[in-house]
Design a protein around this ligand. Sequence first.
Ligand code: IPM
Ligand code: MN
Length: 351
Amino acid sequence: MHNIALIPGDGTGPEVTAEALKVLEAAAQVGGFTYDTTTLDFGGERYLRTGETLPDGAIDDLRQFDAIFLGAIGHPEVLPGILEKNILLRIRFELDQYINLRPVKLYPNVETPLAGKGPEDIDFIIVRENTEGIYTGMGGVQYAGTPNEVSTQIHCTTYHGASRCVRYAFELTRARARTNQLHLVAKTNVLTYVHGTWWRAFNEIGDADFPDITRDYAHVDAATMWMVKNPEWFDVVVTENLFGDIITDLGAMIQGGMGIAAGGNVNPEGVSMFEPIGGSAPKYTGQGVINPLAAINAMQMLLDDIGEHAAAQRVESAVVKALESGRFESMSAGRMGMSTSEAGDFVASLV
Ligand code: IPM
Ligand code: MN
């Protein structure tokens, strides 16, 4: 029995979560496994109602689950930063979900903005460090609101943090067995201290334990050029938190956009959380027009994480079949050629 926490969240989050659940149910029936879900109401609505982001004990409660599914967090009436820091980042940090995993895979019949590129060219995965870098919140503001205002936001890298992330990426590269090539993306020419640590971890771990994996390096600015011009060069990319945040949105666009892109906040030794990466999309809320494929892909990653590999494969095949059918007119909200719920039913029927 798998115990899954659901945080449907804000905006279109609940709509896409419902569709991902249809697919989970179909996968469980075919795959013969059982699961239980517990819905938690964390998000902007709850915050506006009660002033509370994560209630006391919420993190410890989350630790009891096998995995967490997150719809979306983000509310137009809540100031930026509050929900992000107190819900999303807090879960990432306190559950030590030190890997942010973002597959960038172009499925058949999905339009990419990259001219002349197809599914054979776009199939890589970004391993973003998820608990350090500039996201730790170290730093502060002095003389705020005056002409002398001084602000710092410290980029914090630990050898421990860089190495566990790099090791995960090496192992993933080996497991994918595609090109056996791992790219480190950083800025070693300017961030000589923090990315010096990354460079050291990358090379020491590679030399010691992964002689079969070829190491490649790109500065982040150049990497954004190559991802657009030659996405076929990439198999696995490992990078720090902020650069990962930026290049994974680029990755999401080249795989067809927020309608299809999913990610996982992974603690390989603990509880992980999977989410469509598109956000709460307030303007589409309640209209039944949002694309649930990203949420379904997130559920597919969750299934893989909890050890239901065959079911995960079946869900991915169902997504591919649904796309191959040509019935999806587009990945964009409102232009799919069917409603959110029809899209979920369609994919579930193919599992
Ligand atoms: C993401 C998001 C978050 C991040 C925000 C919402 C804090 O952009 O998951 O990529 O910056 O990590
Ligand atoms: Mn982001």
